[in-house]
Design a binder for this molecule. Sequence first.
Ligand code: NAD
Ligand code: UGA
Length: 438
Amino acid sequence: MYKIDGEIMNILIVGTGYVGLVQAVALGILGYPVVCYDKNKEIIENLRKSKISIYEPGISKNLKKLIQEGKISFEDNETQAFKNKDIIFVCVNTPIDEHNNIDTSYFYNAIDACLKNITKNCILVIKSTVPIGTANNINKLIKRKSKYKIDVISNPEFLSQGTALKDFLDTKRVIIGTNNIKSQPVKIIKNIYKKLNKPIIITSNINAEIIKYASNSFLAMKISFINEISNICDLCGADINIVSEGMKLDDRIGDKYLSAGVGFGGSCLKKDVTGFINSAKQLGFSPTILESIISRNNQQNFYLVEKLKKEHNLTNKTIAILGLSFKPNSDDIRDSIAIKNILELKKYNCNIKVYDPRAMKNTKKILPELNFCNTIEKCLKKSDFCLIFTEWEQIKRISPNKFKKNMNSAIIFDGRNCFDVEKMKKCDIKYYSVGRPS
Ligand code: NAD
Ligand code: UGA
């Protein structure tokens, strides 16, 4: 129970994936008890036993403790979940479909369930990343379909996978979008986040929605920009690491999201830039910068494989793939660049061996025919080429001798610039990376 001005507030989290689970655990840590509901009964069953279906550092340990303290409980019955709730955080997925449209069906199903099952006036907080204008649509829907007063708050989330809980608790800002800035619901939501002691911006719903899309698009733009520069570096023998180091010292440019490589993967950056493009087009604007972020990334994802294909015959060759998750410290393979490249390599009738510290289980579900190796050594053994897609610490620490000792021929294509070019050269390794002399 969470009390504000003497009134008890019952909190529900809808959707227990990355965002929902982190929201639940973080609110629990801040002292607000929550109930979690997911339409996937298996997920809820496991959560009741403190088992989580994703790998996200820090969640498991805290979850166990909060369950024991009675601060988090779970519900798999839709009617029961929404009953008597005052604050409902909607954290369900809003993926991109095969036609590059944002699939909001999970989101609207959750809203329907809410309208159907609530038993009192409440605050509906949109945590999912949604197309521009969604909160306004929900307001219209509420007017048509509900007898209760429901206040819609847009509260986009900015966590990154792998550091999600830390990002939430140490967020740079909290955004609260509303159509009534002075209302009691805004005061209630602001009060919840006050404990984080971070800047809170209270604005319109539409501003909040655009802040989320624009923030992810800006990060994606920095990555596509540095990748474009890295391609120029490659053509003239320059070194992108030194170029970006020189740029980063100017704090107007900033020192983050300027690591060149094979581009961004994951469930969000591409989806959100695409969602932003779609929203802009619906408003009658053609966003050329946003479009070029995506096209640069689509090309960059295959940058090293194109090089490999151009210089070598791949038929019947053995290829070691190191790193399958879309980024380190995650087992998430949604829009994984490694997987995209594996699908491309499979066309060449080669033997593909793979290794990842966390993402092999998820990869096995979609590509069971790959040769899964439980150590880096086994993966490198007797391989002709090695391709690196994720900069796990364990991968960055491989000694050059390990490549030499295990591989048929030490030819490495490093998509995350994990190693020192000079060191590799000294060890007589044929080493290709992104935007650095090979
Ligand atoms: P996810 O796929 O990990 O989890 C979504 C959960 O919602 C699933 O467990 C699913 O079963 C459940 N669900 C779907 N429809 C439901 C319904 N109608 N009722 C109840 N549960 C339902 O998704 P995620 O990565 O946590 O992302 C959620 C949203 O947050 C997306 O809009 C995403 O863009 C946004 N977001 C994600 C991140 C991130 O790093 N993953 C960060 C910021 C924002
Ligand atoms: C991203 C944003 O960083 C979060 O702020 C946002 O909340 C989230 O999307 C979301 O809306 O879902 P995430 O996708 O988890 O978070 O991970 P990032 O760390 O941003 O990495 C995304 C991809 O970009 C990875 O494939 C990573 O390897 C790549 N990347 C990142 C680069 O290629 N270069 C860089 O300099 C940084």
